[in-house]
Design a protein around this ligand. Structure first.
Ligand code: ZN
Length: 61
């Protein structure tokens, strides 16, 4: 039975993350260290994550 969730590891604190399906380029927050992580790639249900600098401005397009 396949799962609808994806897994990844926070590059900062190495916490294992389980998240709803996302696509490359989306961002999520680590629940442990609160860093913003960007999905670099998705491969067989495993995310490659990279921490990104949070920008307080430029939320628009
Ligand atoms: Zn973390």
């Amino acid at each position: 039975m396949s799962t609808a969730t994806l897994t990844g590891t926070c590059p900062e604190c190495e916490t294992g993350l389980t998240v709803p399906p996302v696509v490359e380029g989306e961002t999520l927050s680590c629940p442990e260290c609160i860093l913003t992580l960007r999905v670099e790639a998705v491969s067989e249900g495993v995310l490659s994550l990279r921490m990104v600098e949070v920008q307080l401005r430029d939320w628009g397009q």
